[in-house]
Write a protein that binds this ligand. Structure first.
Ligand code: TYF
Ligand code: FE
Length: 369
């Protein structure tokens, strides 16, 4: 046995799914099919044993999104939406041993929400448990290694909603960001409960007071497959974007999901054509001699990035291209990031100033600054 394996007290295989609570799962599934190029693979609802909610499961490569919506009055999911609006209820993590992970988490002080249990149908078995994290968010712990069905036992395979795209817009979930009131408390939670460690990226007091209006820290598992940045509002001249989120979401929750793509130019073009709105970086960002000097050569002429408002950052390991959508629901809460990595393991620290200024322009338009 290698020491590394022996030392990992909470092994994870990767993200299992991002689970959304939405007012209308049928329409959300349509939006993520047409605007995000995803493919519906499974469904459960009143027609097949779920009288209270409709659940549509969509995939894009290794990324899985699950949309849950109420089909009648008086449901828990309906209450969640009334309170928070559309949002993310579960960052489900795939683990090799659910029983072990759950017992370890509880021994380290996590709150258990679902004891480990086995779900079974003709496609095999899934073991699942759940623990609480920030706000009303949870982490399901899932072992699907003995399952061949389209999602979970009880779900039926479902047809794609529209003709599938010839090319995926994204392949995987890169990271999932939480907005919380106290970043250090939740970083400590992930250290203690899951054995996650800090990654280099950190926005501390120094940068916070200058322009960002937030502090941020990234925790990740040993393999860096599961990465959870955590943001906290910082005192600043104007209202922090994190305070805006906390106010409109009604507490801590998931702020953005970053989607890994291998062709960010094509993905942005297709998503824009389908009506997805992106934050706009100014021309001055691209005309800055210091930026051009710092990033050096990337795979496309910088004019191609400028045309699409794609941001670029470089560090000692390589570079990354990234862009952020505007919030994807009426409330200024959840949004997405597209990220194309070329060696860099960072989160675009060099773009924080330009990014946060773009976010503040949006806050101002909403009258929330
Ligand atoms: O995940 C990250 O850290 C980057 C940067 O409100 C970022 O995507 C950080 C905070 C924020 C928006 C983006
Ligand atoms: Fe991000």
């Amino acid at each position: 046995m290698s020491r590394l394996v022996g030392m990992d007290e909470f092994p994870v295989k990767g993200m299992d799914a991002v689970v959304f609570a939405v007012g209308n799962a049928k329409q959300a599934a349509h939006y993520y099919s047409t605007a995000f190029g995803m493919r519906r693979v499974a469904y459960r609802g009143p027609e097949n044993g779920s009288p209270d909610e409709a659940v549509h499961v969509l995939e894009s490569g290794g990324a899985r999104f699950v949309f849950r919506g109420p089909v009648k009055a008086g449901t828990a999911i309906g209450r969640h939406i009334a309170e928070h609006g559309d949002g993310i209820v579960d960052l489900a993590i795939e683990v090799p041993d659910v029983e072990h992970a759950y017992r370890h988490a509880l021994a380290k002080g996590a709150t258990g929400l679902e004891e480990p249990h086995v779900l079974e149908d003709e496609h095999g078995k899934v073991t699942i448990a759940a623990i609480a994290t920030y706000g009303e968010t949870r982490h399901s712990l899932v072992d699907r290694s003995n399952y061949t069905g389209p999602y979970l036992p009880g779900f039926a395979a479902a047809d794609p909603i529209v003709e599938p795209q010839d090319k995926r817009f994204f392949q995987a979930i890169d990271h999932c960001v939480g907005n919380v009131e106290r970043m250090d408390e939740w970083a400590e939670f992930y250290h203690r409960v899951m054995g996650f460690t800090d990654m280099a990226e950190f926005v501390g007091d120094d940068i916070a007071t200058e322009y960002s209006a937030l502090m941020s820290k990234v925790v990740a598992d040993g393999t860096r497959k599961v990465k959870f940045p955590l943001n906290e509002p910082a005192e600043s001249r104007r209202k922090s974007q994190i305070d805006e989120y906390l106010e409109f979401y009604g507490g801590p929750g998931v702020q953005h999901i970053a989607l890994a793509t291998n062709d960010i130019l094509a993905s942005v073009d297709r998503m824009r054509a389908a009506g997805v709105e992106f934050l706009e970086s100014p021309d001055s960002y691209y005309e800055d001699a210091e930026l051009r000097e710092r990033i050096g050569r990337v795979r496309v002429p910088i004019e191609e990035l400028q045309k699409r408002r794609i941001l670029v950052d470089r560090d000692e390991d390589g570079y990354l291209l990234q862009i952020f959508t505007k919030p994807v629901q009426d409330r200024p809460t959840v949004f997405f990031e597209l990220i194309e990595r070329h060696g860099s393991l960072g989160f675009g620290k060099g773009n924080f100033k330009a990014l946060f200024e773009a976010i503040e322009r949006e806050q101002e338009r909403r009258g929330n600054l």
